[in-house]
Structure formats: structure tokens, C-alpha cells
Design a protein around this ligand. Sequence first.
Ligand code: NCD
Length: 325
Amino acid sequence: MKFKGADILTTSQFGKADMAVLFRKALEMEKVLNAQGKGVGKGVGKNKSGRGGKGFSKLFDGKILATLFFEPSTRTRFSFETAFLRLGGRVVSGADMMATSSVRKKETLYDTGRVVSELVDLIVARHPEPFSIDEIARGANVPVINAGDGAHEHPTQALLDVYTIWKEASGKLDGLTIGMIGDLKNGRVPHSQCDLLKNWNVNFVFVSPKALNMPWEVKDDLVASGREFYETEDLNEAIGVMDVICATRIQEERFESAKEAAKYRGIYVIDSAMMKKAKKNAILMHPLPRVDEIAVEVDADTRAKYFDQVRNGLAIRMALMAMVV
Ligand code: NCD
């Protein structure tokens, strides 16, 4: 794909070769973050967690990013915004657009996209309606990046997840068994992850209650790509075969009522006892926020990678925005 000037709306835009280009660029961005003193960035060295530095560059000097969030977010919005700031740009931020934007005055998303694009160089948007970011992109005359459209897709989260797996597996994804656990019906992250991971010869194990199974559109797509999947409700039975364990939360906000969602609360909890059943060299991932899917005691397990994912997300978003703008 051609990155420059492109809207990033769906994972289906990315083939294996595109991911290779993006991941190499993300490795370069990690160098920017980790640089000390002179050079690509003026780093401040390793942070307290030892997970990497906080350097920056001047690539986006004079550029402005707008983030339009019509749905709650902490890490995704901060990740995009800090990524843009670390590349020397500036940010205008709409964190609560449902309540505070002209959408309250019945402005269309098309018009919002058009208007904001007259002011900035790049738009990142999240909205509860599937395909709504496409509408913003239709109006805008600058690139638009989808930061989550309802239960549909979350392309950059899936890209950073695959980047994390790619780094952990030293680029060798073929043959891996990928487990996805939780609300696979409503979770946009597992949908986008499947769409990217089907590019490799991997197997899938889906663990969810029957009512929250992975949608058929996603499974049909895997079959069409020659991939195999196995479905179960029983995490105890399945965790031991997984090389990559992807936990997700029950997407409470997508249920008809809190009562309905409460039926599934605490259904899959990964604690130290559960991790004893997992492979010694497995990795445990989660897009966060976690509710009760992973006990805090597991954070100290060397297989836990969810905080590394946050760092990897910063590098991936720096890389993607650098290539698009
Ligand atoms: C995910 C999301 O918003 O879909 N979070 C994120 O972006 N890191 C997962 C979730 O909310 O469960």
C-alpha cells in the first residue's frame, strides 16, 4: 500500500509486506525514543520501568494533529498524542466529543471531518458506530486514522499487537498458536487481530461463552485464507496449547443492559495458578483496560507483555503517522 496521504480505516489495507515496512519504521522510532543527548532525538534516557527512553525528534515541526474521540479512551488517545508530540508536532484534542462538539448541534460527521481538516494536518478519530470514521474521512481532505469504530475495528491496536508478537517471536510467526479469550463478539481488537494474523500460517484458539463467540464474518475470512480455528468455552482446557495468549475484557458498553453484561463478569480470570498451565515460553497480552481478566500478581510474570504493548504502541503510532503525513 501507499502510506503517504492514506486514510488508515481498516486492517484489510495491510498485507504482510506493508507490516514489514511499518515494523522496520517502528524499530527506528524506538531508537528515536531511546536516543540520549545529540542525534535523532534529545533523549532523557531510560524511564523508571526500564522499558525505554523518552527521546523526541523534530519531524513534525509545524504540524498539527487533531484527535476526535466520541468514545472513552485513555491509552489510545494519549498514545497517538504523545507519539505526535514526540515527533515534534502539536496537538488539539477532543476527548469528549459526544458531549462537547458540534455533533450536539446535529452536525454530520462528514462536515466535522471537512471542517477540522481545514485546520490541521492529520485527524485521529474514535466513535461508537461501525464505519463512522469512514464518514469523517470522506469529508476530510487530510489523512484520517481510525482509533476504534464501535465493535467493528481497531487497526492500530492490532498493528501494535502483531508488532509485539513479531518482536517476541523474532519475526517467525508461522506455526504459532494464537489464543483469544473473552468477548470475541463485541471486541473490535480480536476482529482486527485476526485480519492481520491470517497473513501468517498460524492457528487460532477462541475461548468465549457461546453467546460471545467470534462472529462468522471473521471466521469465514480465516477459512478463506486457509487458517484453522478451534472454539471452546473452557480456558483451563485450552491455555496450555497457546503460544500467544490474548486476553480481552467483556465489552460492557456494547450490551443491552449492565445486568446482561454482569452475567459474564469474571468468567475468565488469568491468575498465577492459571499461568502455571500455560507454556513456559508463551506470551500473555491484553490491549487494556483490564477489569478482572488478569490478576495483578501476574504482572511480575516474565511472560506478561501488556505494558510492553503500550511502549510498542507508541513506536507503531509514531511510525504510522510519520509514513502517512
Ligand atoms: C481496546 C478498545 O478500545 O477497543 N482498548 C484500547 O484501545 N487499548 C480494548 C477495550 O476497550 O477492551
